[in-house]
Design a protein around this ligand. Structure first.
Ligand code: ASP
Length: 335
């Protein structure tokens, strides 16, 4: 970042695409294409950002977040680490689509090596829509990134006046601006027209205390997610194993359950070295060991508070090193 010229904190906005940079044909038609507007135009559209911070923008990617990849996430984490090592940079904002925002947030929470604020934001309505939510979300995200009180709270997501933690948030509504919730442990805080208030810090290990880094994260092992349902076909497990999955996360019903035939195939896969993690398709609540399923006997791991997509990311990073089943289980209680 350019050297300091005044007392305002320096904030770099890294853009990756999403609806916040989308374009639609009209203000009232629902159709649009994400990732069309360049970062400098996005910044220019909110002139009041310059009252909060000295702003610079960089375009890292231009994708709808349904097309987010680990290669882009790794580039993002490395760039954030390099920028935050610069004394002129107080914090980072990442603009991102909302579809996979929680995945990138959790990946960055594990791989960014700094206590300075990293704040993600996006929009549910493109800038061309009536009552677009992107400009105020961007303003609030910059306010949090520039706020010394946001230091050491892990990677944050600011949307619709709420400050969520990377570990807790999840997308819950396909169209509403109030889509993100932190159902198990609640909000980190709120930000109303740039005024911040914090309720808590993150409870789990993150960022500079994490043992993970972006190095090597673009060649992560395959981990599949299988969605449990009534009369689930058990051979889905065999399909994943035969395609080279080193781990399988079961988006189980209830407390991470699956039917008896799937338990049998999963236990066989576990005995042959595939890591089986029981998570849940239910949006809230922990998955605990040995409730209805004898994890100790069958060799399964539970995801604790992580939903299936975040459990997959933790397992992919964890498999970069040889670890016992007990060590893998411990990671799910730690991160
Ligand atoms: N599909 C879009 C994306 O994730 C949705 C959004 O940004 O809200 O990029």
């Amino acid at each position: 970042m350019k050297p300091k010229t005044d007392e305002r904190p320096g904030v770099v906005i890294l853009a990756t695409g999403g609806t916040i940079a989308g374009m639609g044909e009209s203000g009232t038609r629902p159709g649009y294409t994400p990732g069309q507007i360049a970062v400098d135009d996005m910044i220019a559209a909110v002139p009041s950002l310059s009252q909060l911070a000295r702003i610079e923008g960089e375009q890292v990617a231009s994708v709808g977040s349904q097309d987010m990849t680990f290669a882009i996430m790794t580039t993002l984490a490395s760039r954030i680490n390099a920028l935050l090592a610069d004394d002129a940079v107080a914090g980072i904002v990442v603009t991102h689509g909302t579809d996979t925002m929680e995945e990138t947030a959790f990946f960055l929470n594990l791989t960014v090596d700094s206590r300075k604020p990293v704040v993600m934001t996006g929009a549910m309505r493109p800038p061309t829509a009536l009552s677009a939510d992107g400009p105020l979300n961007l303003y609030n995200a910059v306010a949090v990134a520039a706020d010394p009180a946001a230091v050491d709270r892990g990677v944050l997501v600011v949307m619709n006046d709420r400050i969520h933690g990377a570990h807790s948030l999840t997308k819950t509504n396909t169209t509403s601006v109030e889509t993100f919730l932190s159902p198990i442990t609640g909000l980190i805080g709120t930000v109303i027209y740039g005024q911040t208030q914090y309720f808590r810090g993150p409870f789990r290990r993150h960022t500079d205390a994490s043992e993970f880094s972006p190095a090597g994260a673009s060649t992560l092992p395959r981990v599949d997610i299988l969605y449990a349902c009534a009369d689930m076909p058990a051979d889905l497990v065999d399909g994943s194993v035969s395609r080279g999955a080193r781990g399988i996360v079961i988006a189980g019903d209830g407390n991470g359950n699956m039917n008896a035939p799937t338990i049998e195939r999963a236990a066989l896969a576990a005995s042959r070295g595939t890591v089986i993690v029981r998570s849940s398709r239910v949006p809230s609540g922990k998955v605990s060991r040995n409730i209805e399923i004898d994890d100790d006997r069958l060799g399964f791991i539970v995801s604790d508070e992580l939903n299936p997509v975040k459990a997959r990311i933790l397992l992919m990073l964890a498999l970069g090193k040889k670890r016992s089943r007990e060590e893998l289980q411990e990671l799910f209680y730690t991160y």
